[in-house]
Design a protein around this ligand. Sequence first.
Ligand SMILES: *[C@@H]1O[C@H](CO)[C@@H](O)[C@H](O)[C@H]1NC(C)=O
Ligand SMILES: *[C@@H]1O[C@H](CO)[C@@H](O)[C@H](O)[C@H]1NC(C)=O
Ligand SMILES: *[C@@H]1O[C@H](CO)[C@@H](O)[C@H](O)[C@H]1NC(C)=O
Ligand SMILES: *[C@@H]1O[C@H](CO)[C@@H](O)[C@H](O)[C@H]1NC(C)=O
Ligand SMILES: *[C@@H]1O[C@H](CO)[C@@H](O)[C@H](O)[C@H]1NC(C)=O
Ligand SMILES: *[C@@H]1O[C@H](CO)[C@@H](O)[C@H](O)[C@H]1NC(C)=O
Ligand SMILES: *[C@@H]1O[C@H](CO)[C@@H](O)[C@H](O)[C@H]1NC(C)=O
Ligand SMILES: *[C@@H]1O[C@H](CO)[C@@H](O)[C@H](O)[C@H]1NC(C)=O
Length: 618
Amino acid sequence: MAKLLSVFCLTAASLSAVSSTTVAEIQGPSWQSPLAGQTVQNVTGTVTAKGSSGFYIVGEKSDDIRVSNGLYIFSSSSTVLNSVAVGDAITFNGKVSEYRSNSNPNYLYLTEITSPTSIRVLSSGNTVTPVILGKDRSPPTQLLSALDTGADGFLSVPNNSSRIEEVNATLRPDKYGLDFWESLEGQLVTIPKPTTLGFSNNYGEFWVHGDWLVTGKNKRGGLTINIGKDNLPDGNPEAVMIGSPLDGTKNPAPSLGSQFSDITGIVTYQFGYYYVLPLTAPSVVSRPDTTVPSTTLTNAHKLLDLCTITFGDYNVENLTPTSAHLPTVASHIVNLLKSPDFMFLQEIQDDSGSKNDGTVSANVTLSTLTKAIYDISNVTYAFTSIDPVNNQDGGQPGGNIRTAFLYRPEVLKLVKGTAGGSIDAVKVGGFPGFPTLNFNPARIDPTNGVWNATRKPLVAHWRTVLGADLFTVNLHLSSKGGSSSTQGDARPPVNSPIENRTGQVASVAGFVKAVLDKSSLANVVVAGDFNEFIQTRSVYKPLTSLLTDIDEAAKIPEYERYSYVFDQNSQQLDHALISPAIKRRKVEFEHIHVNTWSPSLASRISDHDPSVGRIRLC
Ligand SMILES: *[C@@H]1O[C@H](CO)[C@@H](O)[C@H](O)[C@H]1NC(C)=O
Ligand SMILES: *[C@@H]1O[C@H](CO)[C@@H](O)[C@H](O)[C@H]1NC(C)=O
Ligand SMILES: *[C@@H]1O[C@H](CO)[C@@H](O)[C@H](O)[C@H]1NC(C)=O
Ligand SMILES: *[C@@H]1O[C@H](CO)[C@@H](O)[C@H](O)[C@H]1NC(C)=O
Ligand SMILES: *[C@@H]1O[C@H](CO)[C@@H](O)[C@H](O)[C@H]1NC(C)=O
Ligand SMILES: *[C@@H]1O[C@H](CO)[C@@H](O)[C@H](O)[C@H]1NC(C)=O
Ligand SMILES: *[C@@H]1O[C@H](CO)[C@@H](O)[C@H](O)[C@H]1NC(C)=O
Ligand SMILES: *[C@@H]1O[C@H](CO)[C@@H](O)[C@H](O)[C@H]1NC(C)=O
């Protein structure tokens, strides 16, 4: 009856007030309220929670899962806030608004009531029952939004081809994660047995999943980006962010895989994400073991197995000669990676660190690191890198970060040649079956615009003591800075600068193809920080048509493939790709989760995990 009446009022007297509107009618089945901008009267509901600038109510139960029956009543008036208490059944008038916090055009709208008036308490002490997530309602586990069209789902190009709020579709909470959380907007929910999915941000906010069906769960307790059913990337929509508790208490500090006590709170949207705002801070139930096992992939250099070689890969986050974390990097290389035969390193800064003084050499940085390694292990590493043109390779201003190789000269040496300069491009020459390089080491296509303002890949041609050849490319592609929230308006989300990374991969593939054209049996390893998930298949296509992901070749379980945690996702930005000749032989690989498993943000030394591979060159 009420519904019919309000529909009548809307059409017959669209500018006048609507009588006795329900919360469900205000929320409606779509992203935006059918009543946005209108004044509603005699709305009834029971107060579920209070915040510092408003309160939340629950209306009559709605049987339509698309329609939330929770609602936020915004008011900064203390008179208004003091006039209601949790458990009060109230009636009021007010204006329906769609609010976008901080006016960021990529945030989704929150449906709320502004300027509430004529608040009357009808009764007090009523019980409010939260929706138990995992029991009453469960989030979908793979897809974020119906608008993430394209072969790579939420990682597809073109990105930002449509906007949720412009389309304003009817919600499909059974299938799409953002629709699910939107359909609970303003509701009181309980998250049973939350597992934390990473560290908290500067505001004490963090991600969890509760006791419900999840996919992509790794052994640590995180959720790994993977290719889900339907052959589409799984963006882990079953996770949600936990905000600051409404009662002013402070959340404990989480880490990947901590268990917290049940969280009861309000579903809302702010700062580009869906949140549950706890009524009060949860407590820690348990934390995972902090032991990080060392790699099992050592190289004993047995006389009978001189073909086997080990390598490590590590983004050491802005390493300078005076970095406080340098001794720990050395200790990780020795104790966790077991001093591999050679290392791909990224983010080696110049000898003066971030001081913007024209220094480009990293000799002191690298020799300080190799000396620290020697001092604790007696292992001698030599190193090689090519200095960039001052301030032309991105990263921290003045730092001149670059990629570099460490290598054990008793195992392998650079094939004799002249080192290339900052802007010398590598060229492949030699006889069929025997590729050679014009410079060694060298940089790939350094003047190509795709490498503008970013690190140029470092190529080296090696020969082992037994005479086996190896070509390696150490890369660090443009970072994802400037990307938009996976829970934002733009669909698919903006993946910045994907055009650059796509061109960069194509540039590296051009080099690899030239080597393989000369010898299809060449040993080639391309490794480093790609700043991109392998599930963004469009970016990788030029390389994956030539090389194989070592995680695949070594059969690492799909959910254990991660080297980084961002938002709710355990994800892999660091990869190694190997040529067919290497793939045909025995291939082993291990991720060493020393930083993603760190017990606290303060105690990790890099945002990336290192890895170790063991391959055969003959
Ligand atoms: C709202 O309720 C009040 C008090 O019961 C009533 O006087 C008023 O007519 C109602 N408003 C509408 C639009 O029905
Ligand atoms: C959003 O969709 C609803 C249908 O539920 C409609 O009533 C409303 O006017 C739409 N709003 C906008 C801004 O398109
Ligand atoms: C991604 O979105 C941004 C912002 O709208 C746009 O400038 C860029 O061209 C898009 N790139 C692709 C590959 O879709
Ligand atoms: C997405 O594209 C629209 C239309 O071109 C633009 O207004 C908006 O800023 C873009 N969003 C992002 C996050 O770049
Ligand atoms: C860095 O070391 C290399 C190799 O030892 C040497 O050729 C080069 O001159 C050094 N650069 C500087 C700036 O010291
Ligand atoms: C390094 O070699 C020296 C001399 O043989 C020895 O005294 C020292 O214990 C060794 N250190 C390590 C860490 O192996
Ligand atoms: C991306 O490529 C364009 C064109 O070469 C360049 O102007 C821009 O600086 C690059 N951006 C980044 C972040 O690498
Ligand atoms: C190179 O990148 C810088 C910084 O992003 C930009 O200012 C410049 O226009 C770019 N140059 C080219 C040729 O794209």
